[in-house]
Each structure stands twice: as C-alpha cells, then as structure tokens.
Design a protein around this ligand. Structure first.
Ligand code: COI
Length: 360
C-alpha cells in the first residue's frame, strides 16, 4: 500500500555487498551492519523524501540538538528466516505504535505508519541475504529518530532524522547474567520518560551498571525510585520471577517499558495454563522466596535478549544464587516464542508478519 510520500521513495543500491567479508560465527551484538540503511528527514513541518542508501556515516553539524539535549528515541525489532527462506518479523505493529508513543513524549513528530512498514519491507527485501537461516541467527533492526536542528537553544527541535539500520546478531549476552537489585540509583521516576524508549534512559543506566559489573554482575534490576522496595525492570529487559509455579512480573507504568516480549510471555503463559500474576513485587518477597527455596527462576525478556536466565542476584551486599529446576520456564518460553518467530509453530496469536515486496 503506497502513500503519496512513498511514491517518491528513492532507492540507491550499494555497488558491492560486504556480506562475504563478515565472519558470522564471531558476531558481537550490534557491531556489524547490513549493506543498506533508511533515512527520512523532517523539515518545515513535513517528512521529506524517504531514501534507502548504502550504509555509511552521516555528516552532521556539531550543533545538532540531539548532541546537547538527547532528544532521541529508538526501537528494537528483529527479522527471522524460516527453513524455506521466507523472512518474518515479530509483532512489528507494536514497535510502530511504541516509537510514535515515545516520540510524542519527547516532543518529536510521529512517523507515518505506512512509511515505517514500507521502509522495513524495502530494506529487508534488499538485504534479505543478511537474514540467515538457523536457530539463533537473526537480524536486529534499529529504527531511531534524532533531533537535527543545528541550534543549541534548549527547546524542541524543528528538524529530525528518522533512520533504520540493521545488524546481523546472535545472542545478546556472551555469558551468564547475574543481577544487582538497585538500592541507590533509579532508572525512572513518575511523570518521567521511563515508559518511552528514549536514548537517555539507557545512558543514565551505564554508570550504575558499570558499578555492578565491577562486582561481577552484568545487569541492574531497577526498583521504584521512592522506596527501592519494589522490583521494576532490568537494564535491557523486563524481569520475570517464578515463585513455585507462578510467574510474576511488574505492571507497566510511567517507569516501566511496555516490552513486546514481556506482553508475549504473559499471553503465552495464559494460553499454556501457567499461573501468571502482573502485580507489584516486593524485593523482600524475592529475598524471602530465595531463602525458603520457593524462588525457582528469574529471567529477563526483551527483543535483544529474547528470554535470558538470571543465575544469581545481589541485594544489600548479600549474594543469592538461584538453583533452577531441571525443567525451566526460561527454556519453555524461549522455545515457544522462538518457534513462533522462526515459523516453526502455529501462530495462534497472529503475531508473525511476512516480509514481502508485495507490501509496497
Ligand atoms: C531491545 O531489546 O531491542 C532493546 O532495545 C534493548 C537494547 C538497549 C539492546
């Protein structure tokens, strides 16, 4: 389906592909990019001609507002190839709605839905060989918007650049994930931007996460900013806790991102008859459950991390290992969700999206 603006879509193909230069076995998350990228500027109150061009550096003025005030939002999405060579995406409608929600909160103009999907389909058709078959091979897609007005007055930018870049990846974490439960620093506050995928939300976590890393923990599980008594989300993922056979996760709020993988896990749990509670979770409850042996698992859920088991947590200077049972929810949800993503299982929810040149 074409819009007026998309009839002007410009596609400048790369003369040669870098595909054969890539060692796909040693990929570090997000360091290699495909042959093409998408770019669309917002000037004079309108999105301009959308362009796909070879992946390359962009030349910009040092005065761009994004550098000074961090007016920027992004999304994380993935494309998967099934055994027959068909490329799929997972619930891209959710990311489309969320990037515009994030944009609204950061006073960035919304990006047209038709153009978002046309850009994704065109890019994925063009760079189709970069989506590789086989479990664990996946193409991470990063749409983002930055404020490009070259002016340093602290006010909403009048110009923006919407881009999509794509990176072939394997797993996000290279080893075990151990977490620290936050007691001093906070990720988000009521009325703030915690529910938006704002670039600064991530920058603000780097320092406390580095402190955790120095102690041997890879991520921080954030707690509420007022009392630090309630568990919220982790750095790059929503957090799930299994106490006996019940799965528990915090409700989304001003401070917690409405994760696509998170809501998919909840829906799958309900379908599978696994008891799931979406409610506030006290740190004390998890500490107590760890002590009495009822804490069976903690896992993170997110587009980049998929479903990642947490091996231990630390709180108030005490280290709590997690002794997982033989059959974990972590492996069950990872299998159920990736089977849908790679088109290996019936898609009872209608979440798979078929990438095709017929979509533009
Ligand atoms: C994702 O899961 O796609 C995210 O956006 C997290 C990211 C910071 C790696």
């Amino acid at each position: 389906m074409s819009t007026d603006i998309s009839t002007k879509f410009v596609v400048e193909k790369a003369k040669t592909s870098r595909f054969s230069e890539v060692d796909f076995e040693t990929l570090v998350f997000g360091q290699v990019f495909t042959d093409h990228m998408f770019e669309c500027d917002y000037i004079d109150g309108e999105w301009q001609t959308p362009i796909i061009r070879p992946y390359q550096p962009i030349m910009v003025a040092p005065s761009l507002k994004v550098f000074h005030y961090g007016q920027a939002v992004f999304e994380g999405m993935k494309a998967y190839k099934d055994d027959d060579g068909q490329v799929w995406m997972f619930r891209p409608d959710q990311n489309q709605v969320r990037i515009n929600k994030s944009s609204k909160r950061l006073a960035i103009p919304e990006f047209p839905k038709e153009l978002f999907f046309e850009a994704l389909n065109r890019l994925l058709v063009l760079d189709e060989e970069w989506v590789r078959k086989g479990d664990g091979n996946v193409l991470y897609i990063r749409p983002f918007v930055i404020a490009t007005e070259p002016a340093i007055m602290a006010a909403t930018s009048t110009q923006y650049k919407f881009m999509i870049i794509m990176s072939p990846v394997k797993s996000y974490f290279r080893g075990d994930v151990n977490v620290v439960i936050a007691e001093e620093y906070s990720r988000a506050a009521n009325g703030g931007v915690g529910a938006a995928k704002a670039a600064g939300n991530y920058a603000g976590q780097f320092y406390p996460t580095n402190l955790a890393k120095a102690e041997g923990y890879q991520q921080v599980i954030w707690t509420d900013d007022t009392t630090h008594e309630y568990l919220e989300e982790a750095g790059t993922m929503n957090a799930f806790f299994r106490i006996n056979d019940t799965l528990i996760t915090a409700p989304v709020s001003d401070r917690i991102l409405d994760g696509v993988t998170r809501k998919s896990v909840i829906d799958i749990a309900k379908r599978e008859g696994i008891p799931v509670e979406v409610r506030r979770i006290k740190v004390a409850e998890i500490v107590e459950a760890s002590k009495n042996g009822s804490l069976k698992e903690i896992f993170g859920a997110g587009t980049a991390v998929v479903i990642s088991p947490v091996k231990s947590f630390s709180h108030a200077g005490v280290h709590y290992p997690i002794n997982q049972p033989k059959d974990t929810y972590t492996s069950l949800f990872k299998k159920l969700i990736t089977d849908i993503q790679y088109n290996r299982a019936e898609d009872t929810f209608g979440w798979r999206y078929k990438v095709s040149a017929a979509n533009y």
